[in-house]
Design a protein around this ligand. Structure first.
Ligand code: 9MR
Length: 665
């Protein structure tokens, strides 16, 4: 039989845990810790695998420690309140509610684009004595009130997506735990709790959660049978949580994946809800290695089971772990140490999620099939087959050498796509090109094949295009403006326009900010409430450049006392028939606080809104209008918030919403 891995009955005060931890730490040998900065964050890696990676959040360090907050928001995309949503925290006496900790967790999650798992509605522990002493009828009513009120409070908050409805209802042999719930109400309290929760938030995913159920054993089989029977009775059990409070001295439950898979076959989502892997003190490098291997095993099991939605780690720093509270000679269960340095466990999780932490040294593959096209007397278009890389290709360097041999290759440009246009070349002249790829850690690939290009002889043409005229700006927002002008003409044809910009209403220098092959250009990334001057000039195929156009002065909107905003939108995922835009990031670009914002965007024909979160979105014709939700309209200067939405589109249509513009009233 599996040895008991955890006792959850004892909730000592934090002071005890810190005292024990301090004592243990005093004898801890110095182990090497590596800063996490070189690693791709866990949340990025997990999202790429379609999983969440979360942590149990404690309200005090979240409020008071910047180091804790930084890791919390950088590394994780899911939060479970470690204690703040429990009954004793939220309803300490009958119908007297305290949401401060719960709201703190939820607000943090919303601000950082994280999802929240509510923990926990019905549990024998951390439930006030006024509940425990009620008679059957009053206890059932109290349970219904508690669930209805607490779940109802967050039902419209799209960050809060799931709840532990009942927690730890089994004993170690697979019988029902002899808790006050069971002893007063019998097992019916379980089905009732799920039904009350479903009524309070029909969209929330409702979970049953327990410990020592990671492997296949009497307790997990009892849980399996209960879930199967509840679902057969249409009791809304959607998900099973495996706490996974593991300990290296008891061995790894090697049938974890198999166990999750059998639950998944019942049609439920599964998740690892409270992962930590404690060791017996003192901490040693060998124990760290074993612990890291266990973390790897858990991540691999979740990755291998499609129905596994993700993993929540029960905290992330040893500084705030429940373990020494309960097991005085055990601890060090988490991926960060007391000083927020990463441990081998962090490296293991990151690696298992597909990352290459601690200074990635793997170079991208070499770009191949470099080829030239569209060679003129002054320009060439290059394209190549993209490289791949374990942490992603961040861009390409374009290298050029003079002539058909000899000389030195020097970098003449960069590209984030697999093509590049090189301009300003001399007619009837040979050049050699190569490209190489870079990754996010700065590794560069070997160079591609070399392509030799000889520019055309040109026409001997020295006639410049006419200067563009009637340059005008329209649709200026706090961060962008649209320029248009009357086309130039040229004896050998205009090939494009250079767009030049100078700061302010006078002075400064005009510098090229873009090119266009049409008679319009949209300049983005501008600062709110700021003046800019623009000019354009035309080029012809022989490389002749026109005089500049008239100057147009543009002042972006927003800023000042009214505030201003900018918006960027990302297509997170798409499929035949739809896509998700997430995050849409709204930033106050002004110098004073704003209290509301409005983002408009264009929806292609046949695209329809099917879901939205953290904003209030309406559509009319081909225009979408998103206004802030009640809780994210207030933005200090420089502060951002995000929202998102899902769109359905006709099959075969690969277009997405575009033209995102932000305004403040
Ligand atoms: O980590 C929690 C700790 O701070 C509390 O004192 C304790 C009270 O029982 O609960 C801990 O979290 C438990 C979780 O809510 C349910 N599964 C077991 C966890 C560890 O005891």
């Amino acid at each position: 039989m599996t040895p008991p891995r955890v006792s959850v009955h004892r909730a000592r005060r934090r002071i005890t845990s810190l005292a024990v931890l301090a004592l243990v730490s005093a004898f801890l040998p110095v182990l090497s810790a590596t800063p996490a900065s070189a690693a791709t964050p866990l949340r990025t890696l997990a999202a790429a695998k379609g999983k969440f990676i979360g942590f149990a959040g404690a309200t005090s360090p979240l409020a008071n420690e910047a180091a804790y907050r930084t890791i919390a928001q950088t590394e994780f995309n899911q939060i479970t309140a470690e204690n703040a949503m429990k009954w004793d925290a939220t309803e300490p006496s009958d119908n007297s509610w305290n949401y401060s900790g719960a709201d703190q967790i939820v607000n943090f999650a919303v601000a950082n684009n994280q999802i929240v798992h509510g923990h926990t509605l019905v549990w024998h522990s951390q439930t006030p004595s006024w509940v425990q002493s009620l008679g059957a009828t009053a206890m059932r009513t109290a349970m219904q009130d508690h669930i209805t009120t607490l779940v109802g409070r967050y039902a419209s908050n799209t960050a809060v997506q799931s709840w532990d409805v009942v927690n730890e209802v089994f004993d170690e042999n697979g019988g029902f735990r002899s808790s006050f719930w069971y002893n007063t109400l019998g097992q019916s309290f379980i089905a009732d709790a799920f039904r009350y929760a479903r009524a309070a938030d029909p969209d929330a995913r409702l979970c049953i959660n327990d410990y020592n159920v990671e492997g296949i054993n009497a307790k997990s089989t009892a849980m399996y049978n209960l879930v199967q029977s509840l679902r057969a009775q249409n009791v809304p059990v959607d998900c099973v949580g495996f706490q996974a409070h593991l300990a290296t001295q008891y061995g790894f439950p090697s049938d974890l994946q198999q166990n999750m898979a059998r639950f998944a076959a019942l049609g439920v989502q599964v998740r690892i809800t409270e992962l930590d892997i404690r060791i017996q003190t003192p901490r040693t490098a060998a124990k760290d290695t074993t612990q890291a291997q266990y973390y790897t095993n858990v991540v691999n099991a979740c990755l291998a089971v499609t129905a596994c939605a993700g993993i929540t780690i029960w905290g992330f720093t040893d500084k705030y772990s429940w373990v020494p509270d309960t097991f005085p000679s055990e601890g060090f269960a988490l991926p960060y140490d007391n000083n927020y340095a990463v441990k081998p466990a962090y490296t293991a999780i990151n690696t298992a999620l597909g990352g290459s932490p601690n200074n990635d040294t793997q170079a991208p593959t070499t770009p191949s099939n470099l080829a030239s096209s569209g060679v003129t007397s002054s320009s060439v278009n290059l394209s190549w087959t993209a490289s791949t890389d374990n942490v992603g290709v961040s861009g390409y360097d374009i290298l050029r050498a003079p002539g058909t041999s000899g000389g030195t290759f020097a970098q003449v440009g960069t590209s984030t796509t697999a093509s590049f246009g090189d301009t300003g070349l001399t007619a009837s002249t040979a050049y050699r090109y190569q490209v190489r790829a870079r990754d996010a850690a700065g590794n560069t690939s070997a160079v591609s094949n070399t392509v030799t290009v000889t520019t055309s002889g040109g026409t001997g043409d020295t006639q410049a295009p006419t200067a563009p005229t009637s340059l005008a700006a329209a649709g200026t927002t706090s961060s962008s403006t649209n320029l248009s002008w009357t086309a130039s003409t040229d004896n050998v044809g205009v090939t494009g326009y250079d767009i030049l910009r100078a700061p302010g209403t006078s002075g400064g220098t005009f510098a090229q900010v873009g090119t266009s092959t049409t008679t319009s250009f949209s300049n983005t990334g501008l600062t709110a409430n700021t003046a800019y001057r623009y000019q354009v000039r035309a080029r012809d195929a022989a490389g002749n450049v026109s005089a500049v156009s008239n100057t147009v002065t543009v002042t972006t909107t927003g800023g000042g006392t009214g505030g201003g905003c900018s918006v960027t939108a990302t297509v997170q995922t798409q499929w035949t028939g739809g896509y998700v835009i997430q995050p849409v990031t709204v930033t106050n670009t002004g110098t004073s606080a704003i209290t509301s914002w409005t983002v408009t965007f264009t929806l292609p024909s046949g695209h329809a809104l099917v879901g939205q979160w953290n904003g209030v979105i309406t559509t009319s014709g081909g225009t979408g209008t998103a206004k802030n939700a009640a809780y994210n309209g207030n933005l200090a200067p420089g502060q951002s918030t995000t929202f998102g939405f899902q769109i359905s589109r006709p099959n075969g249509d690969s277009s997405t919403a575009s033209g995102f513009t932000c305004t403040t009233p």
